[in-house]
Design a protein around this ligand. Sequence first.
Ligand SMILES: NC(=O)c1ccc[n+]([C@@H]2O[C@H](COP(=O)([O-])OP(=O)(O)OC[C@H]3O[C@@H](n4cnc5c(N)ncnc54)[C@H](OP(=O)(O)O)[C@@H]3O)[C@@H](O)[C@H]2O)c1
Length: 357
Amino acid sequence: MSELLDKRPFDFERQSSFPFMGDVVEVGRRYSVGVVGSTGAVGSLVVKLLCERNFPVGELRLFASPNSAGKWVETPYGQCQIEALALRKPPILEVVFMAAGAAVAKRWGWRFAHRGALVIDKSSYFRMKNYAPLVVPEVNGERGLRHQGIISNPNCTTIPLVMALAPLHKLFDLELITVTSFQSVSGAGKKGIAALATELTDYEAEPSTFSQRIAYNIIPWIGGRRGRHSGEEMKIIQETRRILELPRLPIQATAVRVPTLVGHGLAVHAEFRRKVDISKAFAAWEAFPGVKVVDDPSEGLYPTPAVAQGRDEVFVGRLRCDRGRHGLGFFVVADNLRKGAATNALQIAEYTLANSP
Ligand SMILES: NC(=O)c1ccc[n+]([C@@H]2O[C@H](COP(=O)([O-])OP(=O)(O)OC[C@H]3O[C@@H](n4cnc5c(N)ncnc54)[C@H](OP(=O)(O)O)[C@@H]3O)[C@@H](O)[C@H]2O)c1
């Protein structure tokens, strides 16, 4: 498809973005799609995945901050010009992926939705709002079908956590969890990646994106401050409870930034009301869509960021009984830009569009 598209003549003068599939191959319904934050770590991947996943795109509009407006970017569909969100009324689009932070989501989310778009937002802004379902399709995809125009995408750490916990909860009935995250620098977007790249070679560089130097270091604090908890820890706690529909589940969380590029890891200790059985836990993971077991320590095989990078699955392993007969310890890893962000957003759109009346 992209080969075909690249050969099509494109009138740079007349169009700031372009409909490109309408007259190529007409297979069922196609949608006008917008990507807000399209120059960022997540947004640029959304654009790539639209093509990779063969999303039924009929027209594509790319948005970013005024700093990027007017620039031309290469996409799998050909060149596209970045637009700023400047008008009071945004363009009428059918599906809008937002990955530009909470302030942009607050300002523009409903404006797109009120003009008919299904908005899938990656920021934290809508995550705890009752009117916006918080969705991981494999876990609670049907929740998204009751949307009022906006569906929220959970935090990049919460997504792999609930993917690993959901099948175990069904079997053994969750009672409490303790989780420590190991989060890569790309979780802080393109400036996080740039900070690590600079600091790895410049030993004198002052910390820029993170509170301390991240190169050759780990930082046990991510995000804003909520009392003695970091913002990231509260997101893990609140979002996990909301998605699993366990509002009083005791969760202890420690979020740690580590100097890896892509892939967030989680060391999880979970206790259950029913007696656990390792082989049943493995079988439940194997049967759960989107979860892949990597667990052969004798061969040096366990889930690592390197295993997860560039993949859409959530990898689980290091499974062992912990805290007696009702506890399990395990390790989870996912690509924070893919399943932790862009892939999950596209899956939400695919599931919702396919299952809406
Ligand atoms: N990175 C992750 O692993 C991850 C995972 C889950 C969720 N998220 C969330 O996804 C969102 C984007 O994160 P990111 O990591 O992709 O950040 P990023 O790399 O810093 O990209 C931010 C994007 O937002 C755009 N933007 C900034 N101000 C804007 C404005 N006023 N109007 C329109 N666009 C604007 C930027 O455009 P310019 O390039 O022009 O500045 C850029 O395209 C955030 O809410 C983040 O919390 C990120």
